[in-house]
Write a protein that binds this ligand. Sequence first.
Ligand SMILES: NC(=O)c1ccc[n+]([C@@H]2O[C@H](COP(=O)([O-])OP(=O)(O)OC[C@H]3O[C@@H](n4cnc5c(N)ncnc54)[C@H](OP(=O)(O)O)[C@@H]3O)[C@@H](O)[C@H]2O)c1
Length: 321
Amino acid sequence: MHAVMVSAPGGPEVLDYSEQPDPVAGPGEILIRNEAIGLNFVDIYQRTGLYPGEFPRILGSEAAGTVEVVGPGVTRFKVGDRAAFVGGPASYAELSAVKADRAFHAAPGVSAKVAAASGLKGLTAEYLTRIWPVGPGDTVLLHAAAGGVGTLLSQWLAHLGVRVIGTVGSAAKAKLARAQGCAEVILYDQEDVATRVRELTGGAGVKVVYDSVGKSTFDASLASLQRRGLMVTFGNASGPVPPVEPIRLSRAGSLFLTRPTLYDYIATTDELDAAAARLSEVITSGVVTVKVDQEWPLSKVQDAHRAMAARETTGASVMIP
Ligand SMILES: NC(=O)c1ccc[n+]([C@@H]2O[C@H](COP(=O)([O-])OP(=O)(O)OC[C@H]3O[C@@H](n4cnc5c(N)ncnc54)[C@H](OP(=O)(O)O)[C@@H]3O)[C@@H](O)[C@H]2O)c1
């Protein structure tokens, strides 16, 4: 099969699209023929070594396709089923051998492209909607609102009656963020975020900040929260957040701080299935529309990584093996 092997951490040039041995479905595993592979910012952290991992390895966090082989002991899937998986392993490939209890059934009637575009990002949006109770009357701040997770989460929160203030890097992205459920949009490279948030909330601040940008937004995020609000720092697109003194949370209004990862919210197969069902429901009912704005052949993986790191992408991106 063709796959993307990485021998050592580095820039996009370490992504080696080459022939590799076909994986084999062992006990409890299924072999999926991937039809579409989701591109995620976390793939960049893994490529650069920001998130530690072993090398050499085939990169990639998610894909969707058809079950080609069912390993011994698997009852959850049969040959020919449509399946998706998140958290890897090795999704940048024509074939992936995946633990059957970590794969899930893609939403009925949804294409492999949409399933691969909305798995990791959609399940992330899913747990973020329930990480803290929010609903009508609440205002939140969502950074990178025109991105993959951002466009899904803003639509979902808006559907729950939440007023979403989004931040984006350009005027074109601002237009997109508004169309995806943001009531207000801040251009965070040009405006002072905390000042704008106070203006937009009558001085009160927001109940929750969903911050995947990290280093460049962390301080403004804390300064945008209302008393006893929640800071969710869930990514590092601009770089990792430096250590934080707990006393800062006290001084900023007895704030709560969490640094979650999706995998603690889908740790068991029951949790994974429940989250996938909730995601499937909002997609099939049209509450959340998945925007697949970029598509590359897997052989052009270096271009895909460069575009994502350069903030050139909007919505979700997929690669076709
Ligand atoms: N913890 C979890 O459970 C979890 C799970 C999934 C994803 N995540 C995180 O969620 C975030 C979004 O993931 P995604 O795959 O959907 O990516 P994405 O949002 O489509 O892309 C990242 C966006 O971050 C913004 N950004 C701001 N400063 C940046 C910088 N210096 N360099 C690059 N981008 C910058 C850009 O939007 P603008 O141009 O508008 O600024 C860019 O488009 C990532 O940080 C990812 O790691 C976390």
